[in-house]
Design a protein around this ligand. Structure first.
Ligand code: NAP
Length: 250
């Protein structure tokens, strides 16, 4: 796809990988809109990158996804790229029954239902465009799970599956479907969760994910395996038991 001259919505774009993508895409000559729940984080992002537009939105809420779609449709008729990036990660100890499951935030709504629902809203609009793209952010943990984060890993495996099907359904249209598969990245994700399975290594900088992504988008590489995510995919296919063991030594 062309990586300049697009109008792009990035969910969860105020921090981490989403913000690095916003920065790289603005610098490449695109109009970028970001959304997130925390107004303060959106303001910080706009202070750093005044060209962007911001919108408070909780994508885990069905009504807010609908309002976001209507707002974008009314204000950015040229929108042609959706990046489903917003995500949360929780430790869930299943020995505690339902206690950890939906305690504060719902991983399934945020990580899985939101990308499916938002993609479905935008597809009819995108099909009328000369060129459009849907870009979903999954994870190397979608190939091999860390058992302490069972719901997170399940949502990412499902995002991978959904993206594969979506790409196939849209194969004869002007809308391209990409998947960014990051490895461990040093962001706020999952910080503050202290439990069994928590890791010390925080991973590569989010700017590295953005750099690799822009090159891959320009080359129409639809499955963007960043860094060690590729090793996880190979391990999952060639030696799944050992690869699982390596990630689960807690
Ligand atoms: N970091 C890693 O190691 C890693 C590895 C593989 C994949 N990923 C994926 O990369 C994506 C970005 O994560 P990140 O690492 O950059 O972490 P991050 O810095 O925490 O970014 C996540 C962003 O999503 C937003 N968000 C969370 N829930 C939301 C909701 N309900 N509605 C709207 N926005 C929401 C957050 O802002 P608010 O809290 O203000 O809403 C935040 O800006 C996620 O999908 C994550 O699963 C990360």
């Amino acid at each position: 796809m062309k990586i300049t001259g697009n109008t792009i919505l990035i969910t969860g774009g105020a921090t981490g990988i989403g913000f690095s993508l916003a920065e790289a895409l603005v610098n490449a000559g695109n109009k970028v809109i970001i959304c997130g729940r925390r107004e303060g984080k959106l303001k910080e992002a706009k202070d750093k990158l005044p060209q962007i537009q911001t919108k408070v939105c909780d994508v885990s809420k069905e009504r807010e996804r609908e309002s976001l779609f209507i707002w974008v449709e009314d204000n950015f008729t040229d929108l042609n790229v959706l990046i489903n990036n917003a995500g949360i990660q929780r430790m869930v100890n299943l020995k505690k029954g339902t206690q950890d499951l939906f305690s504060s935030e719902n991983e399934i709504e945020t990580n899985l239902i939101a990308p499916i629902h938002l993609s479905s809203y935008f597809i009819p609009l995108f099909l009328k465009k000369k060129e459009a793209a849907i870009i979903n952010v999954s994870s190397g943990l979608g190939f091999v799970p860390i058992a302490a984060m069972p719901v997170y890993c399940a949502t990412k495996a499902a995002v991978h599956s959904f993206t594969t099907s979506l790409r196939y359904q849209l194969r004869d249209t002007s809308t391209k479907v990409f998947e960014i598969v990051p490895p461990a990245v040093d962001t706020e994700l999952g910080k503050g969760t202290t439990s069994e399975g928590a890791q010390e290594y925080r991973g590569i900088p989010p700017s590295e994910v953005a750099k690799v992504t822009l090159i891959a988008l320009a080359n129409d590489e639809y499955e963007i395996l960043v860094g060690e995510a590729e090793d996880l995919l190979i391990g999952a296919r060639t030696n799944p038991e050992q690869t699982f063991k390596n990630l689960n030594q807690w």
